[in-house]
Design a protein around this ligand. Structure first.
Ligand code: SAM
Length: 462
C-alpha cells in the first residue's frame, strides 16, 4: 500500500469518528520521522509504498488512537506548543493551542512597556512546563520559576527542561503556599473545567487534577495570596473557561481593587484575563490640596474609584461630586459652555466660584450637569494638568470641620489612599459661590462672589 491511500483512508476514518484529521498528519510525521516536505513527497509519489514494518507500526498506533481513545500526543510522547516540541505522557495536560496566546501576550506586553531588565516569571501549575519553557526561549532576559502540586507533573517538567536546555527553579507547592520570592509576571492556567462537564474519552486520559475544578476555587487561592509574591508593578495572567470571566474579574476587583481585562481566543471566546497589581483602587484615590481645603479625589472618568469615595465618605449617591479642572479648554472637553458661561469662567476662575455646566455625555452617576471649578492654586493646577479633571470632596466627615492637618491625614488615610500630596501653601478661607447661569442667574450657595457682581459683569456694567 502506498502512503497516500493509507493516509487518506485514516483521514476519512478520523472524520467519520469526528476526530481531528490533523492527528493523522501528526502521526505520520512523527512515526515515520518525516519532516513536512518529506511527508509531502511520500504522499505525492504513488510508487512510494509503506514497508511492512511501518505498516504494522502505524496500525498499532492507529488502533490506540481510534479504538482506545489515547490522544496522539500520548502515543508519540510528543506535543508541539508555540512551535517547540515537548515530551508528554499521561502525567501531564497536553498543551493547548489557546494557551499559546499567553506567550504572545507576554511578548507584546514586554515590548510595549520597553522592559529590558531581567524579568522574573512564575509559571503556576506548570504541568509539562510548556508556558515557562516557551517564555524562556522567547524572552532572553527571563528567569523562570515553576510550581506544581503534582510530583508526576514535576518529573515531566524536569524531562522538558533537560530536553530544551533551559534553566528554571522548581517548587512543589499548593499554589503559592511555599513560594516566597517576588515576580514581575505571574501566569497560571489552573484546572478550570467544571466537574459535571462531559468531556471526551480522550480528555479522560489526561490527569483529572489538571483539568477539573468545582468552580473558581483555584483562582481564589491564587488571588488571595498574590500580593505577597508581587512587586509594585506585577502583571498577573490567568487562562480560564469562557463563562468564568465575570466571576473571576469580580473576585479580582473585590479582593485587590484592580480592574482586569480579558482577551478572546481563536474561537472568539473569552480565555485570558490579566491585570497589573499596581492599578488597584488604592492607587487611584488621591488626596490633594485645593486653594480652600484638602480634597479626597479620583479621576473624573474613574467610576470605581469615585464609588469608593462615596463609600469612604458615606455619601449618598444622589449627591454629585464637583469636578476640578485646570483650564477652560479642559472643561470644554466634557461640558457644553455657553457664551455667558464662558464669560463668567474667564472673569472669575481660577477662584472661589463653582459653575454648574451641562455635560456633553451624561455620566455614570446619571448627572446631566456638574459643578465645575478651577482652583486658585499653582500646586493644585499642576496636579490637575498631570492627572486630568478630578472629582473631589473635602476631606472631612459630613458636618465636621475640614481636615487640614498633614499628620492626621497621613495617619488616617495612608493605608486607604495611594497618592497624597501635601499642601505647599496655606489654605484660604474664602467661601465658594455655586452658580447656575442659564436664562437667569441662580445662586445655589452664597459665597464671596455675589449674584450682583456676576449680573453686573454680564451686563457690562464694569
Ligand atoms: C490545566 S493544567 C496546566 C498545565 C500547563 N501549565 C499548561 O498550560 O499546559 C493545570 C496544572 O495545575 C496543577 N495544579 C492543580 N492543582 C494545583 C495546586 N493546588 N497547586 C499547584 N498546582 C496545581 C496541575 O497538576 C496541572 O499541572
Amino acid at each position: 500500500m502506498n502512503y497516500l491511500s493509507l493516509y487518506n483512508n485514516y483521514k476519512k476514518q478520523a472524520t467519520l469518528r469526528q476526530l481531528e484529521e490533523s492527528a493523522i498528519h501528526f502521526l505520520f510525521l512523527s512515526l515515520f520521522d518525516f519532516n513536512k516536505e518529506e511527508l509531502f513527497m511520500a504522499l505525492v509519489d504513488i510508487n512510494s509504498n509503506v514497508s511492512d514494518i511501518n505498516l504494522s507500526k502505524i496500525e498499532k498506533y492507529i488502533d490506540l488512537y481510534f479504538n482506545q481513545s489515547i490522544p496522539v500526543q500520548y502515543i508519540l510522547n510528543k506535543a508541539f506548543f508555540y512551535n517547540y516540541s515537548f515530551y508528554v505522557d499521561n502525567r501531564v495536560l497536553i498543551p493547548r493551542s489557546e494557551t499559546e496566546l499567553i506567550i504572545e501576550f507576554v511578548k507584546s506586553y514586554l515590548s510595549k512597556h520597553n522592559v529590558s531588565h531581567r524579568v522574573k516569571i512564575l509559571d503556576l501549575g506548570s504541568g509539562s512546563g510548556c508556558i515557562g519553557i516557551a517564555l524562556s526561549k522567547e524572552i532572553s532576559n527571563s528567569e523562570l520559576t515553576y510550581v506544581d502540586i503534582s510530583n508526576d507533573a514535576l518529573d515531566v517538567l524536569k524531562i522538558n527542561l533537560e530536553l530544551s536546555g533551559v534553566k528554571g527553579k522548581i517548587i512543589k507547592s499548593d499554589w503559592l503556599n511555599d513560594v516566597d520570592d517576588k515576580f514581575d509576571i505571574i501566569i497560571s492556567n489552573p484546572p478550570y473545567v467544571e466537574k459535571e462537564y462531559q468531556v471526551s474519552d480522550y480528555v479522560k486520559k489526561e490527569p483529572k487534577d489538571a483539568i477539573f475544578s468545582q468552580g473558581i476555587e483555584h483562582y481564589i487561592k491564587i488571588i488571595d495570596n498574590v500580593e505577597r509574591v508581587s512587586l509594585n508593578n506585577t502583571l498577573v495572567i490567568f487562562e480560564h473557561g469562557y463563562l468564568q470571566t465575570k466571576i473571576i474579574q469580580n473576585y479580582i476587583f473585590n479582593k485587590l481593587g484592580v480592574l482586569s481585562n480579558t482577551i478572546k481566543d481563536y474561537n472568539n471566546l473569552d480565555r485570558i484575563t490579566y491585570f497589573n497589581i499596581s492599578e488597584n483602587l488604592k492607587s487611584r484615590l488621591y488626596i490633594f490640596p485645593t486653594d480652600t481645603v484638602y480634597g479626597l479625589s479620583s479621576r473624573y472618568d474613574d467610576i470605581r474609584a469615585t464609588l469608593e469615595i462615596y463609600s469612604i465618605k458615606k455619601r449618598d449617591l444622589s449627591k454629585p461630586l464637583p469636578v476640578m479642572f485646570d483650564s477652560l479648554e479642559t472643561i470644554k472637553t466634557i461640558c457644553f459652555v455657553s457664551e455667558k458661561e464662558e464669560k463668567v469662567i474667564k472673569r472669575f476662575l481660577p477662584g472661589p466660584l463653582s459653575i454648574i455646566l451641562d455635560l456633553k455625555i451624561p455620566s455614570y452617576f446619571k448627572e446631566k450637569d456638574i459643578a465645575v471649578r478651577i482652583p486658585d492654586s499653582t500646586q493644585t493646577l499642576e496636579i490637575l494638568r498631570k492627572i486630568g479633571p478630578m472629582r473631589l470632596t473635602s476631606l472631612n466627615e459630613s458636618s465636621k470641620e475640614p481636615l487640614n492637618n498633614d499628620l492626621i491625614i497621613k495617619k488616617e488615610y495612608n493605608t486607604m489612599v495611594g497618592n497624597i500630596y501635601y499642601a505647599s501653601n496655606r489654605f484660604s478661607n474664602i467661601p465658594t459661590t455655586i452658580v447656575r447661569i442659564k436664562d437667569t442667574i441662580e445662586i445655589l450657595r452664597e459665597g464671596t462672589i455675589t449674584k450682583e457682581e456676576i449680573t453686573r459683569y454680564l451686563n457690562n456694567e464694569y
